[in-house]
Design a protein around this ligand. Structure first.
Ligand code: FAD
Length: 488
């Protein structure tokens, strides 16, 4: 433990950010690095608990008190080595994770928890700055070939793990650039794409082969993949967008968030111009759906220069703090105010969109809503009830549907002959192995839409089981959680 009673001496530090009015003028990240001493003080707040619940809160099992201690003692290189031992890409989780570790931090019972995510981010940034992060090229190759389909965090983590023990890895991606939702979902103001490119450079030097613009099952047949590889990992994400099948949903101006956001990311990457239909400038924007995707639409619309931005969520407004339903150390459902929410716009809860209304040219001009109540029935189920006389019409020229995903596309698993469950996700046993022994699965296409930290965790765990399948044993690290789906 770094500093006895450090938690009594220092308050929790939130990361500094640029003023919202300034930062929405561009798409760059807007956080400002704390001083080294400030970060050391944050490390000193860790109590090095006998039972560190933060370990179990983190799907990667990050060794948090250990790296906190190294940061407190100014041993940044050691902190980096501890962090990398469980997490391939702390630069992604350090920026984007909702930090379940902090929700299970023991200090969080009585005080704000340790700033674990902040510390994680600045360990990895220091590592890149000091050039401590070098490609680790395997000494021997095993002669085994593995195809990884999908280049999101699950596919990338598996690729690095499996390459490190000498297998030959090819990652196939149907998009024109590598990264999955990190590249073409999450906006640059949350993750600048040079952060992905910096890591990809290392993976390439380590020997991972990347093939873009290649959709398996279309550009290359599944037969060819089966023939040429000893094992296959499906890491294709959860990509089927949920619709809102109500009157007017085909009007011009009703747009899927996951068409809007990738288009904008490619615009920021100077791959094309911003098409008017995806441009929120001077429009009344309504974002339907209150999750991460909805929040990213708010931030993007504000950067376009929207006239107004309003966010609808069908569920009731959650409590600001933990409730009895979610006791410590479990992940709580509570009000989340993202950096995008702080940049402007209104939020409405318990509201249901009933109809999109268009003008005579088929352009969206408004939408109709009704307020709703959620009634508890016997058991855990909630029943939706519309409140009479609560109808309202909202001016709106751009409605963004951020309603989540209903699983991976079926065509590829069907062509490979692997089974899906009733939620359309690919089924595996506890070893991440599908009903076809040489085909494994990891990430959102297995667990349903989730988080980056889970995708990295599943990529690492599946790598262990693939190595074991090919070699009869594996020296890759394993967190010792089975492939059981632990919901968070
Ligand atoms: C807008 C948005 C914002 C988010 N923000 C956050 C956040 O702030 N924090 C967080 O923790 N999580 C966030 N998430 C969730 C997180 O991005 C995902 O959980 C994570 O990316 C899943 O990783 P994955 O590797 O399983 O799949 P993905 O990242 O979806 O990658 C799958 C890849 O497979 C490719 N692919 C699919 N089929 C084929 C094929 N047949 N051939 C070749 N390639 C194929 C796809 O093109 C894609 O690139 C967000 C999600 C969205 C949509």
């Amino acid at each position: 433990m770094g500093k006895l009673r450090g938690f009594m001496e220092f308050d929790k530090l939130e990361e500094y950010t640029l003023d919202p009015k300034k930062r929405i003028k561009n798409y760059k990240e807007f956080t400002v690095s704390p001083k080294v001493k400030e970060l050391q003080n944050q490390g000193a707040r860790c109590m090095d608990c006998g039972v560190p619940f933060c370990h179990s809160g983190c799907p990667l099992g990050n060794l948090i008190p250990d790296f906190n201690d190294h940061v407190y003692n100014n041993n940044w290189k050691k902190a980096l080595s501890v962090l990398h031992s469980t997490n391939n890409f702390p630069e992604f989780t350090g920026r984007l994770c909702p930090a379940p570790c902090e929700e299970s931090c023991v200090l969080g019972i009585v005080n704000p928890p340790v700033s674990i995510e902040l510390i994680e981010k600045y360990i990895i940034e220091r590592g890149f700055l000091e050039r401590w992060i070098k490609p680790i090229i395997p000494k021997k190759r095993t002669g085994k070939k593995i195809a990884i389909i999908g280049s999101g965090p699950a596919g990338l983590a598996a690729a690095q793990q499996l390459n490190s023990v000498g297998h030959s890895i090819t990652v196939y991606e149907r998009e024109n650039k590598i990264g999955g939702l990190l590249r073409y979902g999450i906006p640059d103001f949350k993750l600048e794409k040079k952060i992905i490119d910096r890591r990809l450079k290392i993976l390439k030097k380590e020997g991972v082969n990347f093939v873009c613009n290649t959709e398996i099952g279309k550009t290359i047949s599944v037969e060819e993949i089966n023939l040429n590889f000893d094992a296959i990992l499906l890491a294709t994400g959860s990509t089927i967008k949920r619709n809102l099948p109500i009157k007017g949903s085909d009007l011009k101006g009703v747009i899927q968030a996951m068409d809007f956001l990738p288009h904008n990311n490619k615009f920021v990457d100077r791959q094309h111009k911003l098409l008017n239909k995806y441009n929120a400038k001077n429009k009344n924007v309504i974002v339907i759906g209150g999750g991460d995707t909805g929040s990213d639409c708010i931030g993007t619309s504000n950067r376009h220069g929207a006239f107004s931005v309003t966010n609808f969520e069908i569920m009731p407004k959650p409590s600001k703090d933990r409730t009895e339903d979610y006791p410590w150390p479990f992940w709580p459902v509570k009000l989340k105010t993202s950096s995008s929410h702080k940049e402007g716009g209104k939020r409405k809860w318990s509201i249901l969109t009933k109809e999109f209304i268009g003008d005579k040219n088929g352009n969206l001009k408004s939408l109709k809503t009704v307020e709703v109540e959620w009634e508890k029935t016997e058991g855990e189920k909630l029943n939706l009830k519309e409140i009479p006389k609560s109808e309202k019409e909202w001016p709106c020229e751009l409605a963004l549907l951020a309603l989540g995903f209903s699983g991976p596309e079926k065509s590829l698993p069907e062509q490979f002959g692997v089974n899906l469950n009733d939620k359309n996700n690919i089924i595996s046993n506890n070893n991440y192995q599908t009903n076809k022994p040489n085909i494994f699965v990891a990430g959102d296409c297995r667990r349903g839409q989730s988080l980056i930290v889970w995708a990295i965790s599943e990529g690492r765990e599946s790598a262990y089981h693939i190595d074991n399948f090919l070699m009869g044993k594996s020296n890759l690290p394993q967190k010792n959680i089975s492939g059981d789906l632990i919901e968070m």
